[in-house]
Design a binder for this molecule. Structure first.
Ligand SMILES: [Zn+2]
Length: 359
């Protein structure tokens, strides 16, 4: 059993994490494909299905439940109440029966506004129970070839037990995606994303790390939950450890480039409903800046991050232009970085680890 279907964990928390993962995945596609338009919620879910069908199943149940109308709930309960161990009643059969009856009454009876509304409600309730269709046109096409190319000299396995899928990108580069999740976990504190550029020709890697956090669009209390500890961890392992420095060990350089911060906090809104357009605040706040805000303020809000964050629209472009993210590291530095800092421990996090392999 995976985290998303673990009913010992609060349903709202699981849904928040699921939506964080959807946001992270959407961000990965947007960075790697250099799209100006973010992909849709539905396309993102199709990609989850491709990466991990089991996770997809439990995630969509969780996300869809947000959309249950009162009629869906009513017929679910009714079917459950009428079911016996020998005979399981299907809610759709019950709705169809009532719909048929109502249709025959309401037919040709002039303007029966409320009867007609009920008919529409029944129809959309039936719709709700239909399995979600996965599009034949996936947003990313798999590449089965790259894993066999020894000449590329990739830096090998990152995680002890890892599975990945390679996708072809239009640029001829390859996107290697790993979706990491602990089984049976109850202490998940959210989703994070690691995105790396892997330059096979020169044997070097650069990265950025993002921690997603659900907020109400107004503020994130530093004291709430695990936020403080997560920020400290990123600061200790990335900023303070010198990964926000350039080759010469400096944080800022002259000329046209942003400071080398490679750790970001990503405040993410709650899922409204899966029918609504996916809205994300798109704030990317460098951890170095979050730390400064923490010194004087109790929470992070839109006001105190103003001028200190990079919006959704320009973040991808800046990272692809090498103006955001870490400096280049050798394969060896990269491997040691994760091992020495215990960052491969994913017991309490759902992680998307993406590598764009530049060929
Ligand atoms: Zn930093």
């Amino acid at each position: 059993m995976d985290y998303f279907s673990n009913d010992r964990v609060n349903e709202g928390d699981r849904r928040d994490t699921a939506f964080q993962l959807v946001n992270a995945l959407r961000e990965v596609v947007s960075i790697s494909r250099k799209l100006n338009q973010p992909i849709s919620y539905e396309q993102t879910l199709d990609l989850v299905e491709d990466l991990n069908p089991d996770i997809y199943k439990s995630m969509t149940v969780l996300l869809d439940r947000k959309n249950e109308s009162d009629w869906v709930k009513y017929y679910k309960e009714l079917a459950e109440a009428q079911s016996t161990p020998e005979n399981e009643i299907n809610p759709v059969d019950l709705i169809e029966k009532d719909l048929k009856e109502l249709n025959s009454i309401a037919l040709n009876k002039g303007n029966k506004r409320f009867l007609k509304k009920r008919i529409r409600d029944y129809k959309s309730a039936i719709e709700f129970f239909q399995p979600r269709k996965i599009s034949e046109h996936k947003i990313l096409a798999r590449d089965t070839y790259i894993a066999e190319r020894k000449d590329l000299n990739l830096n090998g396995k990152i995680y002890e037990r890892e599975e990945f899928i390679d996708y072809k990108l239009d640029s001829n580069n390859v996107l290697r995606l790993r979706l990491l999740h602990p089984d049976n976990a109850e202490n998940i504190i959210g989703a994070d994303l690691i995105y790396e550029h892997l330059d096979t020709k020169n044997g070097r890697i650069r990265f950025l790390h993002m921690q997603y956090k659900t907020w109400d669009n107004k503020s994130l209390n530093f004291k709430a939950g695990s936020l403080n500890a997560q920020i400290e961890k990123m600061d200790r392992n990335l900023c303070k450890a010198g990964y926000c420095n350039n080759d010469k060990g400096k944080k800022t350089i002259s000329g046209f480039r942003l400071p080398y911060c490679c750790a970001f906090l990503r405040p993410t809104s709650k899922l409204q409903s899966s029918n609504s357009k996916m809205v994300s605040t798109g704030l990317h706040v460098p951890i170095c800046e979050v730390k400064k805000i923490m010194e004087t303020e109790k929470s992070l809000n839109k006001k105190n991050v103003s001028g200190k964050n990079v919006s959704y629209k320009i973040f991808d472009e800046l990272f692809n232009a090498r103006m955001i993210g870490s400096r280049w590291l050798t394969y060896e530095e990269h491997t040691n970085f994760y091992k020495e800092r215990n960052l491969l421990d994913i017991d309490n996090i759902i992680r998307l680890h993406a590598q764009e392999i530049i060929i």
